[in-house]
Write a protein that binds this ligand. Structure first.
Ligand code: NAG
Ligand code: NAG
Ligand code: NAG
Ligand code: NAG
Ligand code: NAG
Ligand code: NAG
Length: 652
């Protein structure tokens, strides 16, 4: 029993890096939209209820997302102290965003529900990407119909009565479809776009009642009908709008009675394709994207003790290709070799562990050379798991560039799936810029992280930016199949001991990175701020989206300041600041003042390049090749670069 190997799971789910199509949805996803904490009958920290609650919360992201594809209702314990818990993902968020949301809600830090409502036995909370409820009484199957969250866009000016009627018609159709589906969810893919969902435990009539109330509220006064809006109760949710937004269908099709049976979203595309009502869940022009973009994730749960670290792997192939690629670089290991490499997966070799995975440090022989590696372990239990594994190997294997984390090889034997990645031991760029994460890093890697922002002088920062640009240029243009990174941000850039940048979020290092960032309090909204605004509006991701994210990162590295979203329109604080300084003809005011002096001209030119990359219109942004040329010319032919800063944008 004690020697039994804990189960390892490897899953693949469809990736949408971020799905917020309207800027309001992008804000403050870590703050509850609505929360209700009971104030009587409080539990104490030593009670059976507290223990059961911790058990429920510990497995929350994993069970909700990976086991059930977006919903869970769970009963933990028996008799007094029983916890009835429920969680659901918002269908207009990716499951990975939902996973972040659940991890935050379940965490033991200040963001966690037990700390937001200390002692409360009954808690109900909606965050934008997820709903979490728990109580000491069984509430399953009963709808809470009171509206607790309202969000209205601008008023519809053009034929509001007609618009209201169209919205109600589509909502009614969606409600009928949702009530008939086991996942209590449906969406319409024609204007006005609608999305409705109930918690899966509700019987059809309760679900309909719940949604009808919200619909009636949204449409009751046509003279003040909003162009788009959201309505929520603690049992259901309605969203509508005249611009398309992305909806991610739920994987599998568990019935409410069997939601506890393992279902994964790995089969999402096929199950969605087979069901009209679910296919409709994808609105706008992003259907192909959802079905093709596949993010893989490997996680490993040890002894049932799940942490809250997020471990997502994001990568997107720009085009479909069913042909299997040849993998000249992929080394095939036997399981026995990897057992040896990790001293039988010794605890002392463990690099990181979280809710979803364990990664070990090891050393393997590749072409007669010993290479330090990080090994992600997995035990195959299903065909989907193997498909996901193959997908990761297929995408990663052909990539061979010094600025991209390298997949050294893999092992695929019977019931063992392992991925072997190059080991990068220093911290990520985010931690280095702000001198954060040192402690956690040491904890994970055993290596005392050194330095703070002060040791990143201009030469180093320039070198880092150049490295990222090389890596991106390779992804966009040089490798056999073009790959978009989709999630460029300082947290996804690892630095080796010589401060060379390595792009990741391709696997292991990402996972460590996420382990670090998810321990800070604001990780959930992190990526939003690097996201191409055009993606939010169109749902289409392009090379220019990567260039935009790179631009934000560049400005951040040069200014030494973390960007945040500001004002209701979701503007980027850093871009606004640099633009403002540029307008005053004092762009250097925006730069990190610790860098000022000898390299002012280079810094100035770098900021101008950054501004071009973050142009609102995609067509105005340079390609990464042009960015690379410009960056290289900073140090070389600086003297001949005496043009107006914006000239770089015009040179295509
Ligand atoms: C989930 O809810 C359904 C419907 O009310 C109920 O029958 C089932 O027992 C619940 N599952 C668990 C694990 O509590
Ligand atoms: C129960 O906990 C809540 C906070 O969640 C607190 O406001 C309330 O005063 C507590 N009630 C009692 C009786 O301790
Ligand atoms: C949505 O409605 C607003 C206000 O009526 C209008 O300005 C806008 O053009 C509409 N958008 C689309 C895509 O129809
Ligand atoms: C929508 O459904 C509600 C409640 O079922 C009904 O009262 C209303 O007439 C329906 N509206 C349309 C346009 O179908
Ligand atoms: C609609 O929602 C608002 C905001 O929560 C609430 O004040 C109002 O009573 C609701 N109206 C109806 C008809 O449910
Ligand atoms: C995936 O879905 C397809 C089509 O619905 C089905 O035939 C197949 O058995 C499913 N695979 C698994 C592993 O559930």
């Amino acid at each position: 029993m004690a020697l039994q190997r804990p189960p390892l799971l490897l899953l693949c789910f469809h990736l949408l890096a971020a799905l917020h199509t309207t800027s309001y949805a992008a804000l403050s996803s870590h703050l509850p939209q609505a929360m209700d904490c009971s104030t009587s009958g409080n539990y104490t920290s030593t009670s059976a209820y507290a223990a059961n609650l911790n058990k429920f919360l510990a497995s929350l992201p994993e069970k909700t997302i990976f086991k059930n594809g977006g919903f869970i209702n769970d009963t933990v314990g028996e008799g007094t102290g029983t916890v009835y818990g429920l969680a659901m993902c918002s269908a207009d968020y990716s499951r990975s965003d939902c996973g972040d949301c659940l991890a935050a809600a379940a965490s033991s830090n200040a963001n966690g529900l037990p700390n937001r409502c200390p002692g409360s036995t009954t808690v109900l909370a909606w965050f934008d990407p997820c709903l979490v409820r728990y109580s000491d009484t069984n509430f399953f199957g009963t709808a809470q119909t009171g509206e607790i969250y309202t969000l209205n866009g601008p008023r519809a000016i053009w034929e509001p009565l007609q618009y209201r009627n169209d919205v109600v018609r589509n909502l009614n159709e969606s409600i009928a479809a949702a009530v008939a589906s086991s996942q209590r969810f449906a969406a319409s893919s024609t204007d006005p776009y609608t999305l409705v969902q109930c918690t899966w435990d509700l019987p059809p009539d309760q679900c309909k009642q719940c949604l009808d109330v919200l619909t009636a509220n949204a449409s009751k006064d046509w003279t003040s009908m909003a162009v788009d809006g959201k309505r929520r109760s603690y049992s259901c949710s309605v969203r509508y709008g005249n611009t398309s937004f992305v909806v991610v269908p739920f994987g599998g099709a568990p019935t409410p009675q069997s939601v506890d049976q393992a279902t994964t979203s790995a089969n999402q595309s096929s199950s969605a394709a087979g069901k009209g009502s679910l296919t409709a869940g994808v609105v706008g022009s992003v259907v192909g994207l959802i079905l093709l973009a596949c993010a893989c994730l490997i996680w490993y749960r040890r002894n049932g003790t799940a942490g809250n670290e997020r471990k997502f792997f994001r990568l997107h192939k720009t085009q479909t290709d069913t042909q299997t690629l040849a993998h000249p670089n992929a080394h095939k290991f036997t399981y026995q070799q990897l057992v040896g490499a990790t001293r039988d997966f010794a605890d002392t070799r463990r690099l990181g562990q979280g809710a979803f995975g364990v990664v070990y440090k090891g050393a393997v022989m590749v072409q007669d050379k010993e290479v330090d590696v990080a090994i992600k372990t997995a035990l195959v239990v299903s065909d989907e798991a193997r498909a996901a594994f193959k997908n990761e190997v297929e995408i990663m294997s052909p990539l061979n560039h010094s600025n991209i984390i390298r997949l050294v090889g893999s092992c695929d034997e019977e019931d063992n799936l392992l991925l072997v990645y190059e080991l990068v031991e220093d911290r990520n760029l985010q931690a280095r810029l702000y001198g954060r994460g040192a402690r956690v890093d040491a904890e994970l890697t055993g290596v005392r992280a050194r330095g703070s922002s002060l040791d990143l002088d201009w030469r180093k920062r320039y070198n880092i930016l150049l490295g990222i640009t090389w890596g991106l240029e390779y992804l966009h243009a040089k490798c056999a199949k073009c790959v978009l990174h989709r999630d460029i941000k300082p947290g996804n850039v690892m630095l080796d001991r010589d401060s060379n940048a390595k792009l990741c979020d391709f696997g292991l290092v990402t996972q460590l990175t996420h382990a670090i960032t998810s321990r800070s309090t604001n990780n959930i909204i992190g990526t939003q701020v690097y996201m191409d605004p055009a993606y939010r509006n169109t749902g289409k991701i392009t090379k220019e989206s990567d260039v935009y994210s790179f631009g934000v990162l560049l400005l951040e590295v040069v200014c030494g300041e973390e960007p945040v979203l500001i004002d209701g329109a979701g503007k980027n604080s850093l871009i606004e600041k640099v633009r403002e300084c540029e307008k005053r003809n004092a762009i250097l005011d925006a730069a990190d003042q610790q860098l000022r002096g000898e390299f002012d001209e280079e810094i100035k030119a770098a900021l101008s390049i950054g501004l071009c990359c973050v142009e609102t219109r995609r067509g105005d942004r340079p390609t990464i090749q042009i960015v690379l040329g410009r960056l290289l010319s900073l140090t070389g032919k600086l003297a001949s670069n005496n043009r107006h800063p914006n000239a770089v944008c015009d040179e295509v």
